[in-house]
Design a protein around this ligand. Structure first.
Ligand SMILES: [Mn+2]
Length: 314
């Protein structure tokens, strides 16, 4: 197919999509369709000319803009039926992921949460980038199982479980061939969703939690308010950019995802530390400890909501 034929074919597609030549002209900023008709006629006459220049670039841009096509659309061949089919398939896959049937292909928790006593939540989140299932029990014993494909993150999540006395089961199938970014961020998001769900109306809990945790030369402080508002103050200067194969920038992505979906206020300060592994580990241990304190029931609260507003979820 030569250039003139390609442009003519795409012009036909645009006319069909717009509904008529007149409508196409209107959308592309013409007062009437006469000049477009002339161009179409010229293309038809020149369609066998191998040296034909087709439609000039300024008009191509006008057509692409007017019909919401990407730059260069007019210079590529299109199969509208195949594109439509692909779109429908993608929409169906996305709808499936959002539905209650998500667990049909989202990973299932290996630990038994269905029968567990306590504040349990199981959340699956599916996108093209990651498929994640998080199961937690805030009233657990600290047992955990992780299969995220990011070993150092598993090591850190285990600190939250162990020191937060929270049972956790997290599975992630992510696009690790790109890098760890989407997996780490989306695990933060999904864990945040699970925390919010497990906390429910927060009646009778302590709400605030804090902890200092040292590890050899490193020391971190984490302060939590299960306020119902997202907020993160993150003061951490890692001494290295990488811990093994793990990019330390991703820790802040994890916590941003977490606070935005759990709706907590979170202050993280690494007060000192020379070894980046130690810095990270003190942060996650302190987070676990602080979270344990914040989610625990306070007997003296006697089931009241710890807020003079009367709610922590509105
Ligand atoms: Mn360690």
């Amino acid at each position: 197919m030569n250039k003139t034929q390609l442009h003519l074919q795409n012009l036909h597609l645009l006319i069909k999509e717009a509904g008529s030549m007149a409508e196409l002209a209107r959308r592309c900023g013409y007062d009437n369709s006469a000049s477009l008709s002339q161009i179409k006629r010229r293309l038809e006459l020149q369609s066998d000319d191998e040296n034909g220049r087709g439609i000039r670039p300024s008009l191509l841009a006008k057509l692409e803009n007017g019909m919401g096509k990407r730059k260069g659309w007019m210079n590529r061949e299109h199969d509208p039926e195949a594109e439509q089919r692909k779109k429908a398939e993608a929409a169906a896959r996305l709808a499936e992921g959002k539905s209650e049937e998500a667990h049909m292909y989202a990973p299932r928790p290996a630990l038994d949460f269905e029968q567990a006593e306590g504040r349990v939540a199981i959340v699956s989140r599916n996108t093209y980038e990651t498929q994640i299932t998080v199961a937690i029990n805030l009233d657990g014993t600290g047992q955990s199982r992780f299969d995220t494909g990011v070993p150092f993150l598993d090591h850190m999540l285990a600190q939250i479980a162990r020191h937060g006395m929270i049972d956790m089961d997290i599975t992630c199938k992510g696009d690790l061939h790109i890098d760890d970014h989407h997996s780490v961020e989306d695990i933060g998001i999904t864990l945040g969703q699970a925390l919010k769900k497990a906390l429910g109306d927060k009646a009778g809990i302590r709400r605030y939690g804090h902890a200092y945790v040292p590890l050899d030369e490193a020391l971190s402080r984490v302060v939590i308010d299960l306020s119902g508002r997202p907020g993160l103050v993150y003061n951490v200067e890692y001494t290295r950019a990488w811990i093994g194969k793990f990019d330390v920038d991703l820790f802040s992505e994890f916590f941003i995802g977490l606070i935005n979906h759990s709706m907590m206020t979170l202050h993280i300060d690494n007060l000192r530390g020379k070894n980046a592994h130690h810095q990270a580990e003190t942060i996650f241990k302190a987070f676990g400890r602080a979270l344990r304190m914040a989610v625990e029931f306070d007997d003296r609260m006697q089931g009241q909501t710890p807020s003079t507003k009367g709610t922590l979820t509105a």
